[in-house]
Design a protein around this ligand. Structure first.
Ligand SMILES: Nc1ncnc2c1ncn2[C@@H]1O[C@H](COP(=O)(O)OP(=O)(O)O)[C@@H](O)[C@H]1O
Ligand SMILES: Cc1ncsc1CCOP(=O)(O)O
Ligand SMILES: [Mg+2]
Length: 261
């Protein structure tokens, strides 16, 4: 396995063109996170353009945080194109337990076998039909409680599942890797999980999904640690976080990543 910095260096060298179909809250921060890391984001989420643009994009991120029927169609179309092209895409099942509409949309997207599903513990539990204690889009469950669900989901899709929280858990159903980087202010900034899912998609371009996802999570968490040291609260943290993503080098990431099997 390459060191995490390799995946960051590769992303920056290639500046992948990213298609994002994300929620109304996350549009700005997700694009800024991808830019700070070194990718080229475009929020192309209408049904007239989503499939044609998916023919051009290097990777796709789909996020169901503020769904509507038009955007849902755009999601399905774009995911199908990425599958046909053999390109990676990420599903973020934001607030999947909120309504039956959201559960149904998520199930249809999971059936298309996303390269990576990245969610919080309650979302991953809900995707396998388990009891979850979500509060809207926020998790009420521990990452540990969702490890079995993550494994089950990974085996069902044959792909990778990442559950995030104080310690992140990434699995392909056989291997499981923990990422211990992060800072308690991260869940205090809205859509930082959404932006992480978009970032994971950028790391996946022409890379092994499990390793690239671990690298993205370690990089993100390390930026959180750097931003959190000296932040006065969520506001200054968010500004410092983008700066940290931009400043971290592949060597910094290799030195700071807290990854264990
Ligand atoms: N208590 C915490 N301590 C450290 N890092 C955290 C904590 N909670 C979340 N994170 C980090 O915040 C990022 C977003 O994860 P999370 O809050 O689980 O997503 P979501 O916003 O979708 O619920 C991840 O990088 C995760 O590691
Ligand atoms: C608050 C909110 N409401 C609908 S989507 C959204 C953003 C959720 O972002 P995250 O899952 O990263 O906390
Ligand atoms: Mg989320």
């Amino acid at each position: 396995m390459e060191q995490p910095g390799y995946y960051l260096a590769t992303l920056r060298a290639n500046a992948p063109l990213m298609q994002n179909i994300t929620n109304k809250v996350a549009q700005n921060i997700a694009a800024n996170v991808q830019l700070a890391a070194g990718a080229s984001p475009a929020m192309v989420d209408n049904r007239a353009e989503s499939a044609p643009f998916a023919q051009l994009a290097d990777a796709l991120s789909i996020n169901i945080g503020t769904p509507d029927p038009e955007t849902a169609g755009a999601m399905m179309d774009a995911a199908q194109v990425m599958n046909d092209r053999g390109c990676p895409w990420v599903l973020d099942p934001v607030g999947v337990g909120i309504t039956g509409y959201r559960r149904d949309l998520a199930a249809r997207l999971v059936a298309l076998r996303p390269t990576v599903i990245r969610g919080n513990a309650s979302e991953i539990l809900t995707l396998v039909g388990a009891e979850a204690a979500a509060s809207g889009v926020d998790s009420g469950d521990t990452v540990e409680a969702a490890e079995g669900a993550a494994r089950e989901l990974a085996l069902r899709t044959g792909k990778v599942v990442a559950v995030t929280g104080p310690v992140d858990h990434v699995t392909d159903g056989t291997r499981a890797i923990l990422v211990e980087n992060g800072h308690p202010l991260m869940p205090k900034v809205t859509a930082l999980g959404c932006a992480l899912s978009a970032l994971v998609a950028a790391f996946l371009v022409r890379q092994p999904p499990l390793e690239a996802t671990v690298a993205a999570l370690a990089y993100y968490g390390l930026a959180g640690e750097r931003a959190g040291a000296g932040a006065a609260g969520p506001g200054s943290f968010q500004v410092r976080f983008l700066d940290a993503l931009h400043a971290i080098t592949p060597e910094d990431l290799n030195a700071g990543a807290k990854v264990r099997a």
